[in-house]
Design a protein around this ligand. Structure first.
Ligand code: GLN
Length: 277
């Protein structure tokens, strides 16, 4: 039989060969999951020997990570804005970049109220966080993906948020008008697909990643819908790629929005378009 310590060392070597980032952390998280203990408990039990059923369970999890499946899909959860969200294949893993939208709203519109929409809600990280952080907002979450709406509903229920979910393309079937519209649309340029991590390229839903020509074709269409559905005086925030700030400001202007500007993420990169109707 193998001890915890021994299995961890073997797995770290295996993950390193497969090109997995932070191989030790990944090995520890998965072994803790297989043994149904916390990471702290695991590290205090290096001499513990694994029962065969635990070893088999761990092997199955480790094989998935070795094949570069995102750790968040394997664990079934991911933190966003200090809350734990359920995630699964079929929805984009929430990223810290998207917290830039929440932070910007907290800074600039701390009393946000009225009707809000999140276009392309994915896991629901953004819609649920808005509903919880801004209790005077009523939030509609839309997505073309049935899985996304299911996961958003599950996260809203678990976290005690009231979010209305509706399957549609953008806001095509929404009434509004909205005081606030946010979106983290697909914005990767398909020409850059080869440069993506295997976790992203091979496992996350392509329809949540690739934004058409230049990465901004879908955003362009959603900005037109946004201009149509915002109340006069309403505001929108769209996440985008670090090199798309200028293009997004121009597209916002073409859609009839005004005062377009760009907010930077925690790394100092252009990340979020803010524009008004
Ligand atoms: N930031 C993501 C990535 O490249 C892209 C997410 C998106 O297209 N909305 O990993």
């Amino acid at each position: 039989m193998l001890s915890v310590r021994h299995i961890l060392e073997k797995t770290i070597a295996r993950f390193t060969r497969a090109g997995v980032d932070s191989p030790r952390l990944n090995a520890e998280l998965l072994l803790a999951r297989a043994l149904n203990v916390t990471r702290g408990e695991l590290l205090g039990a290096g001499d513990r020997e694994l029962a065969p059923d635990h070893a088999a369970k761990f092997d199955a999890l480790a094989a998935r990570r070795e094949a570069r499946e995102p750790i968040d899909y394997i664990l079934g959860k991911r933190e966003f804005y200090s809350r734990t969200f359920v995630v699964k294949p079929g929805v984009l893993v929430p990223r810290a970049d998207t917290e830039t939208i929440v932070d910007t709203l907290k800074r600039e519109l701390p009393e946000a109220a009225g009707l809000a929409a999140d276009i392309g809600c994915g896991s629901g990280a953004l819609a649920v966080t808005l509903a919880l952080e801004f209790p005077r907002l009523r939030v509609l979450a839309t997505d073309i993906s049935q899985v996304a709406l299911q996961v958003t509903r599950e996260n809203a229920a678990r976290l005690g948020a009231q979010v209305w979910c509706a399957r549609m393309d953008g806001l095509s079937a929404a009434r509004g008008p909205f005081d606030l519209i946010v979106s983290n649309p697909p914005y990767v340029d398909p020409a850059d697909a080869d440069g993506l991590q295997p976790e992203v390229r091979d496992h996350e839903p392509p329809e949540a990643l690739f934004g058409g020509q230049g990465g901004v074709e879908i955003a362009e269409r959603l900005l037109l819908q946004t201009a149509e559905h915002l109340k006069p005086g309403g505001v929108c925030l769209f996440e985008h790629g670090f090199n798309q700030g200028e293009a997004m400001r121009a597209l916002a202007g073409q859609a009839g929005l005004r005062d377009a500007r760009t907010v930077q993420d925690m790394a100092g990169l252009d990340r979020v378009l803010v524009a008004h109707k």
